[in-house]
Ligand binder design. Structure first.
Ligand code: DGL
Length: 273
């Protein structure tokens, strides 16, 4: 087995998500680390993970990680909350020592901890909410904190279809976030990689009265910390970034514009055989 000490600075950073939404995290990483080559894998054949069982998400995540490790990745970023909550421990069990691992849950939990909030809301896919991971982790750090969690499954497909910052998305946001469960929150965690795209609309809904956290920059912070600690920062960009999807459609290619402001070249890669 490869040990972390055998990893090389010029290896890539592998990032994966159920689809295209993880590009919000990838974007934060591109911006912060211009010398790092990124290999992105979007499991568009199995999207949405938010509606899948934890076992299925673990199975897909293991295959994707194996593929990314075969491409010489020194770090794997699980840029999907549903996969981070269902599969992070399993991925460590199988692959720890083969790469550095970063999930999107822990950085978000830490960003909100010790800030003196009394009631925090979490919105995410059904899979993430069902896992109860945010409540468990937040309560472990601060047992007095009230944590409420709401599944908002329409948000991800709505954003993928290009509905954000318009009348329809405003109505859907209002419909979900008016839930009485969220009354009195002083902070909200956007625990899904798509949601940074509707952060401004959510802020408008709450009239700027609460703090809103997402997992873009905080994940880049952890990437930086881990690369520094292991002295694995690349000194020069090696080649060009690669973007793989398990199923290609024109609509996925189009959607990359929503997340990256430009259309990316997607390569279809079958890894399930
Ligand atoms: N990327 C997923 C997440 O962050 C949202 C989309 C899906 O359900 O696959 O949970």
């Amino acid at each position: 087995m490869v040990q972390n000490k055998d990893l090389k600075r010029n290896y890539s950073i592998g990032i994966f998500d159920s689809g295209i939404g993880g590009l919000t995290v990838a974007n934060a990483i591109f911006k912060r680390f211009p010398n790092e080559k990124i290999i992105y894998f979007g499991d568009t054949a199995h999207l949405p993970y938010g509606d899948k069982s934890a076992d299925s998400i673990r199975f897909y995540s293991l295959k994707i990680c194996k593929f990314l490790l075969e491409q010489n990745c020194k770090m794997i970023v699980i840029a999907c909350n549903s996969a981070s909550s269902a599969a992070y421990d399993t991925l460590l069990e199988f692959f720890e020592g083969n790469a550095l691992f970063v999930n999107v849950v822990d950085p978000l939990v830490h960003s909100v901890s010790y800030k003196g909030f009394s009631k925090v809301g979490v919105i995410a896919t059904k899979a993430t909410i069902r896992s109860d991971i945010y409540r468990r982790k937040l309560k472990t750090i601060d047992p007095d904190l009230e944590v409420v969690q709401l599944a908002t499954p329409l948000f991800a497909p709505m954003i993928e279809e290009g509905f954000h910052n318009n009348q329809l998305s405003t109505e859907i946001i209002k419909n979900y976030l008016s839930h009485e469960m969220l009354n009195g929150i002083d902070a909200l965690l956007l625990a899904c990689t798509h949601y940074p795209l509707i952060k401004d609309s959510i802020d408008q809904f709450f009239e700027g009265k609460i703090e809103i956290f997402d997992s873009t920059d905080v994940v880049a912070d952890v990437v930086e910390e881990k690369l520094n600690k292991s002295s694995l920062n690349s000194e020069k960009l090696q080649g060009t970034h690669e973007f793989y999807v398990s199923e290609f459609t024109e609509s996925f290619a189009e959607t990359t514009k929503v997340f990256c402001n430009k259309e990316l070249e997607l390569i279809e890669k079958a890894i399930w055989t």
